[in-house]
Ligand binder design. Sequence first.
Ligand SMILES: NC(=O)c1ccc[n+]([C@@H]2O[C@H](COP(=O)([O-])OP(=O)(O)OC[C@H]3O[C@@H](n4cnc5c(N)ncnc54)[C@H](O)[C@@H]3O)[C@@H](O)[C@H]2O)c1
Length: 374
Amino acid sequence: MYKIMIKTGQKHYPVYLGKGIMESVGSVVSRHLSARPVLIVCDKNVSSLYAKKCLESLRREGFKPHLEILEGGERGKTLEAAANLYTRALELGLDRHSAVIALGGGVTGDLVGFFAATYLRGLPFVQVPTTLLAMVDSSVGGKVAVNHPLGKNLIGAFHQPALVISDIHTLETLPPREFNAGWAELIKYGVVCSKKLFKRLELLNNNLSRGRLGKGFKVIGAHKLMNLIIRAVSIKGAIVCRDEKEENLRRVLNFGHTFGHALEAATHYGHYLHGEAVAGGMIMATELALRLKQIDEPSGRRIKALLENIERPPTPGGLTVEAVAGALSYDKKRKKEELVFVLPCRLGKAVFCKNPSFHLVEKVIEEFLPGKHS
Ligand SMILES: NC(=O)c1ccc[n+]([C@@H]2O[C@H](COP(=O)([O-])OP(=O)(O)OC[C@H]3O[C@@H](n4cnc5c(N)ncnc54)[C@H](O)[C@@H]3O)[C@@H](O)[C@H]2O)c1
C-alpha cells in the first residue's frame, strides 16, 4: 500500500493507494479513528459493487457501520440530499464521536463532505473514491459542496477528510465514459503542473487508438495507472499544502473550468459529464492561449491533440455560441465583472488571464462547436 501525506493548515492526513485494498478499509480506518458508529454513504451503482466489502471490513474491526444509499448523479448533489443525510444521522443518533465514509465518485464525495462539514459543526469523514476523477482530484484537498439551482458547487466549505483510501482495482468496473472523464483531469495536471506527466500521458496516448482509452484499466494496467494516480495526488497535495483555500496557486487547477462550467450550464448539467465538459473547456482554453500567443504553436497543438483523443458525446444540435457565451457572462457578473481563464503558457506551466477580449472568447467557442463556424 502506497501512502502520500497531505499537509494543510487545517489538517495533515494520509492518502492510501493500493490494489485490492477495499477489504482493508476497516483496518486502515481503525489506525486513524477509534471504533465508533460510522455512516457509509454511496450511490446505487457503487452500493451493489462495493458496499458489502466495505461494511464487512469495518465490522471486522469493531465499527458499527450503517449504510445510506443515494440516488446518485450530479442532479442529486443538492441541499435537499444533504438535509436527508442530516435526518438519517439524527435518527441514528450520530454525534461528534461518529464518522462518515464517502464511498464512490466525486458526487458522493462532495455531498458527503459537505454533510460532514456542517452536521454538528463538523464530523470526521473518510473519502473512499471509486472513480478515476475522484482518485486524482475530488477526494483530496477538502473542497466540499452541493449545487444550487443557479449554479454548481455554490454552497460549500473547506473540510479536509481524516484520510483517503483509493483501491485502484475498483476502476476495473468503471464504465468507459467515466474513465475518460477522469482521464481529462489527469491530463489537466500534466498541462498546468508537470511536463514530465504530460509527456508520459502523451506517450501512452500515442500507443492507444481512439476509443481504447475508455477500457483504461485493462489497456493501461493497474500498475501504470496507480503510478499516474500517485503522481496526480502528489501534485495536488503539494499545491493544496501551499494554498489550501484556493486564494492563489490552487486556482491553476481550474484550467478548463471557466469554459467547462459554461458548457455544463448551457446544457443544463445533463449532457456532459463533469470531466467531459472540463476536457472541452481545456481545448477552448488552449485555443485561447494560442490566439493570445501565450503559448507556442507546437506546444498548444500537442495539448489539444492529447485532449481531443478523449471521447466526448456529440455537441447537442441546439447548443449555440450565444448560450455558452451567455453562461460565461453570468459567471462574470457573479465574480464582479472578472472573468479569469487559466491558460497554458508552456508544457507544465500556466498563467492567469483576466478579462480577455470577449469577441475572441466567442470566436474560440465558435470554433469548438461543430457546424458553428462562420
Ligand atoms: N471537490 C473537488 O475538488 C472536485 C474536483 C473535481 C470534481 N468534483 C466534482 O466531482 C463530481 C464528478 O465526480 P465523478 O465523475 O466521480 O461522478 P460520480 O460520483 O457521479 O460517479 C460517476 C458514475 O460512476 C459510478 N461509479 C462510481 N464508481 C464506480 C465504479 N468503481 N464502478 C462502476 N461505477 C462506478 C457512479 O455510480 C456514477 O454513476 C462533480 O460533481 C464535480 O463537481 C469535485
